[in-house]
Each structure stands twice: as C-alpha cells, then as structure tokens.
Design a binder for this molecule. Structure first.
Ligand code: SF4
Length: 324
C-alpha cells in the first residue's frame, strides 16, 4: 500500500500521520502512516478496538484535525494543505454522520431548518420554498414524515435523530460520506434500518462511504473492502469477503474470533483464541510490530522491526512478519 496515488480513486490517502503533542514533550501517536484508496460507489469499513485511531483517521481525512504528515487526495486534488477557505467548496461533497446525532443537531432549530441549513450554506437554494422542495422528499426517504418538520431534536428517539442527521448529510448529494460509528448508539432493532437506508442511498447516488464501526458483523454487511486498524496503524486491508473468510493478521483473526456466537460450545472454543490484554498506550507504542505485546505468534524480529504492509493476495495487504 505504499505505492503512489491510485488513478481514478475518489479518495486517496498516502502515509497519513496524526500526532497530538502533549505537555512535557510527549506525543500521542494516533494515526501512523496509513495509506488506502476508495472509489466511488464503494464502502470501506474500518474496524478495530476503541482507541485504535479509527475516528482520528476520519477526522484527519476531512481536516477537522490537521495532518502531521502524508497526503490526502480527494477527486484527484491534493487537499492536505488547502486552507479552510479553499476547502469550503469541497465541504459540500464530503459529509459526516456522527455516532451521537443529538450532539450534532442544533437544539434550537426545527427539523425543517436543520435539514435545510446546509442547502443555504452551500448556496444550493435561494428560497425557503425551493429548500422545501428538497427537504420533503429527503424526509420521506429517511423514514420521517412532514408532521416532524416543525419539531425539535429533543422530541425524537435516538433512531429518529440519526435519521435527521442522515437527511442533513445526504441532502447535499455528497460524493463521500464518513460514517463515524453511526449505529453504535442505537438499539439493535434500529441499526439494520439505518444501515439499509445508507445502502439504498448509495445505490441511488453512487456515493462512497468510509464506514467506521466496531460491530464486525455490520461492517461485513455494508462493506466492499475492510481495513483493520491497530494502535494507529492499518495492519490488514482487502476485499471484505476475503478479510472475513481468510484473515491473515493475528489481530484480525483475534477480532473475528471475538464476534459473539449463539452456540455455547463454539463460543467457549472461541474464547480461548480471542485477543488477550489491553491495547497499549499510543503515547508509548511498542517497538517493532505494535501488536507484539499481545500476539501469540510473535518472533524475535517482531519486537525490533516494524512489518511493512505487503501485498499477499489479490488486493489483500497485511503487515506481519509471519509472511516475510
Ligand atoms: Fe504477531 Fe509478529 Fe505478526 Fe506482529 S509481526 S502480528 S507480533 S507475528
């Protein structure tokens, strides 16, 4: 994955690093040399334990956080160092759906204004009537009705608020949507509805999703490709089916082993092979392979040399010394 920029990709990320400086000269190594490409109409799922850098990666890509190093290309244009002013026209094409919809919705605005606001901000409409012509169909598309238009966010359930957040993000017809744990705060019964809504919109519009979640079963359901992150690094990436059926990295195997299963006998067998220990601090990441402190297969070289992300199959990349 360290080759150059991929031609024709909607989003291309090369060697992206994000460090946060702390007092006393310490730094958080939140994202470390991450590279991947994403094409229009495709979904890349990003998985990993909490604290592995998934959300920081997403926020760095859309420049909520400034990258420490690396390049980000969107629609062929390098956006890594564009000023916030120059980024403004691109903001319409890149939208974000957050984990906590309530925090991202203005409590003093009605649903009508929440959904219409980005249309005015990006000068896509000139009047409230024109905005209404786009807001009504979008409201129906996300499963809400016109009766909801004059109500406020606090009057809705978590699932309904996420629908409002999705309507607000999708009304701009973005080319790329970053979904940062969009279903993890919702009831299981609602999760599938929200995910199906996103899939329908993708089919209709051809947008791409960067889908961040820790529910591995849901990520498999929505993703064409899956990237596995551990302590800020991408340790494996490939087509979703291949990652789930033939995982290569010991961390990916451990994550997949931890997916809950109904059969108690198989569940006990699985428990034995799931990952042990806690994720180390990103302030002092382990030397060599960052996973070596928890890896049952570690060798001497693992503590000293960081394994590069190598191509080990058709579009399947893995960073592990087992495949040297
Ligand atoms: Fe385990 Fe070594 Fe592979 Fe890291 S490089 S995952 S420690 S075998």
């Amino acid at each position: 994955m360290e080759e150059g920029k991929k031609a024709g990709a909607l989003l291309d990320v090369r060697g992206l690093r994000k460090y946060f400086e702390l007092s006393g000269g310490q730094r958080v190594h939140a994202v470390e040399r991450v590279s991947f490409s994403l094409e229009s109409g495709r979904t890349l799922g990003i998985v990993g334990e909490s604290g592995c850098g998934k959300s920081t990666l997403a926020r760095t890509i859309i420049r909520i956080y400034e990258p420490t190093e690396g390049q980000i290309y969107f629609q062929g244009q390098e956006i890594t160092k564009l000023s916030q002013r120059s980024l403004q026209p691109l903001r319409k094409d890149v939208q974000m759906i957050f984990q906590d919809p309530y925090a991202s919705l203005n409590a003093r605005m009605t649903v009508r204004d929440i959904i219409a606001e980005p249309l005015f901000a990006h000068k896509m409409v000139k009047s409230r009537e024109e905005a209404a012509g786009l807001v009504y169909p979008m409201l129906e598309k996300v499963g809400l009705s016109r009766e909801h238009l004059n109500r406020y966010a606090h009057e809705f359930s978590g699932g309904q608020r996420q629908r409002i957040g999705i309507a607000r993000a999708l009304i701009l017809k973005p080319a790329l949507v970053i979904c940062d744990e969009p279903i993890s705060a919702l009831d299981v019964s609602i999760q599938a509805q929200i995910v199906n809504l996103l899939k329908d919109f993708q089919e209709e519009s051809g947008c791409a999703y960067l889908f961040i979640a820790h529910d591995l079963s849901m990520v498999r359901y929505v993703s064409d490709e899956v990237g596995v992150m551990y302590l800020g690094q991408l340790v494996e990436i490939g087509e979703a089916e291949e990652i789930y059926e033939k995982p290569l990295h010991p961390y990916t195997k451990g994550l997949l082993e931890s997916i809950p299963i109904a059969d108690p006998k198989r569940a006990r067998e699985k428990e034995k092979s799931s990952i042990e220990g806690d994720i180390p601090s990103p302030i002092h990441p382990p030397s060599g392979c960052r996973f070596h402190t928890r890896c049952p297969f570690r060798k001497a070289v693992c503590e000293e040399e960081q394994p590069p992300l190598k191509k080990l199959g058709n579009a399947h990349f893995c960073a592990c010394h087992l495949y040297d």
